[in-house]
Design a protein around this ligand. Structure first.
Ligand code: GDP
Length: 430
């Protein structure tokens, strides 16, 4: 397989970082195709820990390249911070190994200001945005008033477009939200730095990607967030502003869906969700608390405790169907060790009727009662296990049932945070 996509089947935080890390070792090119710096994972390369938000993981390995496709929205301040942080630690970053789409959209200071002002005005109805301006930047892209990285090549034109945008944005910020306006001159002073530092990386990434595929390079597509946060297929409106589904590779990176050879879907062995929104299998009891403490389920950037619950196969099955999944990568199996019994939701009851799909209206989803199968728990420290057959029988039964309900075979099982703490069952990029 040459072109492999990694997606998260739940609400993100499935442990994609570690799996991306394992596959990056063998990939030539690593591609981001959607989202912004609201994503992020930690990778360990050569014993060093790196937190990445926008820069694709390939950059950490010499002779590999990272590509940020046009479907990604880029905060230039955060991108430069990330580049500088990595450079200071000895990672070599240049236009030779980091390719950025000239079509990707900029997140500008007024996007962040609007994101925060809007969320603050919502009181109890917050959707739990990270306030990084990602939603408003995608809104402008759809409204055809966004600024793209390529616009930085002509600052006079850039200034005209920002000035026009500020007419509307500052009216909203000051008039509707009582927030401070964004100053054109201050923004332009920053834009000069962005132009000078970022334009060398800009290129037609679609053509570069196609050329790499034609040469037979191994390409890894790093999905951000999880399918339940997909703008169209997730638990709207408690979703992200882009499409984490596999199909988004075509729009966001510019590659034919026929060129994708493999899809590896991450399934955390239980469920978590950050922020607001429906979560049918949520546990508010001691088990939920135990999962959070054992799994260290706290937000990486915000430190917010994640909501925890049993594995929901209605969610996973939906994602597997949407993404054309070849294999499952089940993560954090070790966290379940010691629980006397394990539950898997197979379907829901909505007002007494059995359903095996996610209703479109989040208020209906909030009324869904999960119906569980109960499986015996397992004990012991799994972190040293490297072969499926060496797992406790109950753990194998649990995994088999997950695979059966998802309708996809297991490709990998993760039994600890370390790269070595992994059972590899299918070798992508063989
Ligand atoms: P992402 O948002 O999907 O990329 O998830 P992260 O990469 O942030 O992973 C979430 C956390 O889980 C990280 O702290 C990982 O080190 C940790 N992690 C990943 N796999 C495992 C595992 O199998 N077991 C345990 N205990 N922790 C894991």
């Amino acid at each position: 397989m040459s072109n492999v996509v990694i997606v998260g089947t739940q609400w993100g935080d499935e442990g994609k970082g570690k799996v991306v890390d394992i596959l990056t070792e063998k990939a030539d090119l690593v591609v981001r195709f959607q989202g912004g710096n609201n994503a992020g994972h930690t990778l360990v390369v050569g014993g060093e820990k790196y937190a990445l938000h926008l820069v694709p993981s390939g950059i950490l390995h010499p002779a590999k390249r990272g590509l940020i496709g046009g479907g990604v929205v880029i905060d230039p301040v955060e991108l430069l911070k990330e580049i500088d942080g990595l450079t200071q630690r000895g990672v070599k970053i240049s236009p030779d190994n980091l390719l950025i789409s000239e079509r990707s959209h900029l997140i500008l200071p007024y996007h962040q200001a609007l994101d925060q002002a809007r969320e603050n005005s919502k009181g109890a109805d917050k959707i739990g945005t990270t306030g990084k301006g990602i939603g408003p930047a995608y809104e402008d892209k759809s409204a055809r008033i966004g600024l793209r990285l390529g616009d930085l090549r002509d600052l006079a034109h850039f200034r005209d477009k920002v000035k026009e945008a500020l007419g509307e944005k500052n009216h909203l910020l000051t008039g509707l939200y009582g927030a401070a306006p964004v100053n054109l001159e201050e923004l332009m002073a920053q834009a000069e730095t962005w132009a000078q530092r970022l334009t060398p990386y800009l290129t037609d990434t679609r053509r570069q990607l196609q050329a790499a595929v034609n040469r037979g390079e191994r390409v890894l597509f790093e999905g951000a967030q999880g399918i339940m946060l997909d703008l169209d297929h997730g638990t709207y409106p408690f979703v992200t502003s882009s499409n984490p589904v596999t199909g988004s590779v075509t729009a966001g990176a510019g590659l034919s869906p026929r060129a994708i050879d493999g899809v590896l879907a991450l399934v955390k062995a239980y469920s978590t969700r950050v922020g607001s929104g429906p979560f049918p299998t949520e546990l508010s009891d001691q088990t939920g608390h135990d999962l959070r403490e054992r799994g260290l389920e706290y937000g990486t950037t915000t430190g917010r405790p994640r909501r925890c619950g049993w594995l929901d196969m209605v969610v996973v099955k939906t994602s597997v169907e949407l993404c054309g999944v070849d294999h499952l990568a089940v993560t954090k199996l070790d966290v379940l060790a010691g629980l006397p019994e394990l539950k898997i939701a197979t379907h829901y009851l909505l007002d007494g009727a059995r359903i095996d799909y996610l209703p479109a209206d989040y208020r209906d989803l909030e009324r869904c009662r999960p119906v569980y199968e109960t499986w015996p728990g397992f004990e012991g420290n799994l972190s040293g296990v490297r072969r499926l057959g060496d797992l406790p029988l109950a753990a194998r039964r649990y995994l088999n049932r997950v695979s059966e309900l998802a309708g996809a075979p297991l490709g990998l099982v993760s039994v600890g945070p370390d790269r070595a703490e992994t059972i590899i069952l299918h070798d992508y990029f063989k």
